[in-house]
Ligand binder design. Sequence first.
Ligand code: AMP
Ligand code: MG
Length: 507
Amino acid sequence: MLPFGFDNTYARDLPGLYVAWKPTPAPAPQLLYFNEALATELRLDAPALGGPEGAALFAGNALPDGAEPIAQAYAGHQFGGFSPQLGDGRALLLGEVIDRAGRRRDIAFKGSGRTPFSRGGDGRAAVGPMLREVLIGEAMHALGIPTTRALAVAATGEPVRRDRALPGAVLTRVAASHLRVGTFQYFAARGELDKLRQLADYAIARHDPHLAGTPERHLALLKAVATRQAALIAAWMNVGFIHGVMNTDNMAISGETIDYGPCAFMEAFDPEAVFSSIDHGGRYAYGNQPRIARWNLARLAETLLPLMADAEDEASVQRAVAQVTEVIDAFPALYAEALLQGRRAKLGLSAAVAASDTASIAADMALADDFLAMLHAQSVDFTLAWRRLANAAAGDAAGLRALFAAPDALDAWLARWRDRCALDAPADGPDDIGRAERMRLANPWIIPRNHRVEEALAAASDDGDLGPFDRLLAALRQPHDEAPDLARYAEPAPAAVTACYQTYCGT
Ligand code: AMP
Ligand code: MG
């Protein structure tokens, strides 16, 4: 079968951290989605993979040359409760390739059949949720947010049993790695310190190679992961993304968004927004995401302690605990810094005015907070409001005002914002066109709106019609450009639809 140019370090260097396993063949493979540009980026034979050979390969029926499929072991805290053994219950890592930019990328299946980690699950995935992962992941990528990506989705021709029978599919996922907080938890919980140390060194070599061999590398790894997560969660918050299931097994060491299950984008701004049908307590609600990230990082920190200290030497343990605590306690500030940077871009501020000045940081944070408070109070669409603020920078505030039932508060806020813009830099062209242009790049016009996603998936899954999916995907790939024929993708869902919208896990 087609060569992928695999170089499988995980399989080679980490025996005992996975189980070698094979995908279950599918009766009638059919390629539903193939990302030719991504295949090219990965140095794969894109034209060949887009044809019948690709269908067989991406359904798991014929492995590419050099693939060494493995199911990775990991544990995880799910909704706060620890599961010592999760692992790839329906996924397999095929191997790693070096892309055109010289980056090592994992290529993995999801939905390719049962593995020794499947527990009660069927190891399968349905067409709808896998195409959903394509849509949301590609939208995130187009928005410039670190994410795993979908290379292909192949229908298997076999039904999977959920609340009803659904068409089955295999997703091929590309990731900077599949190392999770939960991977560390698995070996820490079992007291397998040699494997834990190997894993940490592997993670460092892969994601933070400049730390390799340094004496305090485990603490530095924690800091690096915290920094990446701070940037990631800030980016999520600034586009209104709700991951929905931020369990520690779904937090990647790489800092990429991983595992698109019950995720959704917010419509009307509400910090308590939660769409997941299984998140009864709102643990993973929009506004909780930064706190949960910190909590997950604390779980990662716990796993690193035995590598940093000698358990017999109380003083060394105390020192290590103090060191990791300092990193975890610094997370809110790291996050706030990343959030502020994104918010300034959204507000059209280049941060030229005393960016490091504490008063100006607080004032700019308050400016954004007050904008959001107005959106919340008047149930205004998050994405549209920010987007139309860009038009206000170009002198047209009518569209933004029209979103508010009571626009007086907005007018007062706009006056404050204009004063701040004037301080930031002189008007950029007539009516501040330059600022408006920059703001449009920070404030997308199109996000994957829940009703449009559902519409596309229903057509694909129920009727075998991929037209709506293809058109939505094309729109999501250019989120910042307004085009009249794409207007239907920019419109919010009717409030009644959003009010009862639920996303399902166990996908
Ligand atoms: P997730 O909620 O997708 O992050 O998955 C949590 C755990 O459940 C992981 O260990 C998955 O491999 C496993 N899992 C999810 N769905 C299935 C399935 N259909 N069959 C087997 N294992 C599954
Ligand atoms: Mg997962």
